[in-house]
Design a protein around this ligand. Sequence first.
Ligand code: ISC
Length: 370
Amino acid sequence: MVQELFDRASANLNNELPFVLYRKPNEAVLNGVFQKDNQIYSVVDFSETGFVFAPFDLGSQPILLKTDEIIKAPIEHMGISLAIVDEISLLNESEKADYLILITKALKVINEGELDKVVLSREIVINDEVSPINLFQNVLDIYPQAFCYIWHHPKVGTWIGATPEILLKSRGTQFTTMSLAGTQSSNEFSKPKWSEKELNEQQVVTDYILDALKNEVVSLKVSEVTSIEAGQLWHLRTEINGVFAPNKFGDVLRALHPTPAVCGTPIINAKKFIDENENYERSFYTGFLGELNFSTELARNKNRRNQENSAYRSVVKNSELFVNLRCMQIRKDTISIYVGGGITSDSRPESEWNETVLKSNTMFRVLNHK
Ligand SMILES: C=C(O[C@H]1C=CC=C(C(=O)O)[C@@H]1O)C(=O)O
């Protein structure tokens, strides 16, 4: 029963023990991973098994939740109508002024030729005391198409999110990733019309991913660009599939993260600009999270004799990692929502501000949903 999972998670919160609850996009199963002690375990080379929670900056080691106990329960798809855009985000004039200055500075560096694209972001702090489990139930109700999660470690913090972006999904040596960028509000019924600016911004991400992967993989296949809905937003998405050589998962992951959907190009300059100019610590926002090296046992050929023989069974390793976007951090009496957007030479500061307001509504709806 799903209530058992929520109760278990509440007990872990009270007893200061780590856990994560998550539901994959369009699935009707809630998964719970519960760690028995409160140690911080790290991921060293991505050969480990567990639920990984990685920061934007891999200079700090990703955290691994041990799968001491895994519980799954069926959960109903709620799916609340998202036709109406509610501008919930609070307008803070000084936050806006600071953000416009940041974008203007980035545009100057782009025009000087040091950067092609940089993803800039901000933290919105709200003073409120909330129940994390109740908020997570709202996330599940509102965003059936997203990867929805609540992650808690007593020594690290509590995060909640509903992300539309796969970073790397693999089954054995087959993998999928995506290039996601470009944002429009989905308050209209028809599909959006994309401007050159948005198409270019997304193409930059696709080109970067293809280039980053070319020496790491055996084969690559690229889909058409499509428009996808994420909550009340539209994005442009290209799917990239392929095969990597055995034991190359960690290399592929390191080649991908951070993509220009969360950092920029050239990557070194973009990272430097972010570190020096965003005046807050991203920590786990724009990092990644999900299942790392979970095993599935495959029965080979059921018609063969001696099928009970273990020689006819094989184990495949699966990983499913998502970019930590549309998320918030819950503290005792404050909540931080994190939002950003890609800046290119065609960006206008005011529109970029508006885009972060739109993105912030993904989590504001969760806070205001009764
Ligand atoms: C950085 C964020 O979104 C990224 C993913 C999709 C579209 C984006 C954009 O249009 O700028 C961003 O690259 C965020 O939601 O905070």
